[in-house]
Design a protein around this ligand. Structure first.
Ligand SMILES: [Zn+2]
Ligand SMILES: [Zn+2]
Length: 300
């Protein structure tokens, strides 16, 4: 039986960082039996305890995007990214609801603590040929939303590197463009760097079978590197396979620093400053009322 409990807290980072892509809304893994459910506040408290100062909570559909936007409005440790996930787009299109959902994302993108449009992009791993037109339409619409609102773009790119790059070059990338959970090789990392696109590394960089990812990490300018969990999946070594959470960032960051032959404190300071450069400060005025507590597993 795989261990489905949350790993222990790692030693705290001396210099704090941010998790620039994570999912802590109550819908996460709610249908999976045997997974511990941590309240989003508990996620943030654990993160604070180990030097993860703030997170970007990422939406994958209208409901989770709205949840993030509303909670970020009242929670100083949370900023929000809003979007329809590339695997959602074909389903919405088939149901006749893609345009309306995009319009809702556009409206959410105007809220003050929404700082990114994501995750959007192309996923050729989970979506087959028949869904690609809807995926591309949605990706282009999200790029347009990011540009009109002056927000960062968080790209989900799975087995679709060439078409993601071609789309960005064809329609024009937003000023702040981030490859979340970067999964390319050194060549793509170099190409991204040429365009000033950011690469956000997840726990995958610690995986034994990912030498190409570590090569990519080594060729990117430090000014373009960020770190994320993409929780609840992709848990970094040495806890691979157990549930992931923002408080596990220190494992990934320490691994990256060791691989790069640099001090953890130095890399922490650099990634934190890159993250604020892309999304703006977490320390801005809170505009919303504190949302009421939700019943376990429900989406407010
Ligand atoms: Zn993703
Ligand atoms: Zn994600």
């Amino acid at each position: 039986m795989p261990d489905r409990t949350y790993p222990p807290l790692p030693d705290a980072l001396v210099v704090p960082v941010y998790d620039d892509h994570t999912h802590i809304d109550p819908s996460v893994r709610r249908d999976e039996p045997g997974i511990d459910h941590l309240d989003w506040r508990e996620h943030l408290d654990r993160a604070s305890a180990v030097g993860v100062r703030g997170i970007v909570q990422v939406g994958v559909d209208v409901e989770t995007s709205r949840w993030g936007a509303e909670h970020a409005a009242s929670e100083p440790r949370m900023l929000a990214a809003v979007a329809l996930h590339p695997n959602e787009a074909p389903l919405l299109e088939a149901a006749g609801g893609l345009d309306e959902a995009i319009a809702e994302i556009d409206a959410l993108a105007a809220l003050p603590r929404v700082r990114a449009v994501g995750e959007t992009g192309l996923d050729y791993f989970r979506t087959d040929e028949s869904g690609r037109a809807a995926q591309l339409k949605s990706f282009e619409a999200h790029i347009d939303i990011a540009k009109r609102h002056g927000l960062a773009l968080q790209i989900h790119d799975r087995d679709a590197h060439d078409d993601v790059v071609a789309t960005l070059l064809r329609v024009g990338a937003p000023e702040k463009t981030v490859f979340h959970c970067f999964s390319g090789e050194a060549a793509l990392a170099r190409l991204a760097a040429e365009h000033g696109w950011y690469l956000s590394f997840a726990g995958t960089v610690t995986f034994k079978n990912a030498p190409a990812l570590r090569e990519a990490l080594a060729v990117v300018p430090r000014s373009l590197i960020m770190v994320e969990t993409d929780a609840p999946y992709l848990t970094p070594a040495p806890h691979r396979g157990r549930p992931n959470a923002p408080y596990l960032i220190p494992h990934t960051l320490r691994f990256m620093a060791q691989h790069l032959g640099t001090e953890v404190e130095h890399l922490a300071a650099q990634t934190a400053s890159n993250t604020v450069e892309v999304y703006g400060s977490w320390e801005t005025e809170l505009t919303g009322a504190v949302p009421p507590a939700e019943p376990d597993g429900a989406i407010a």
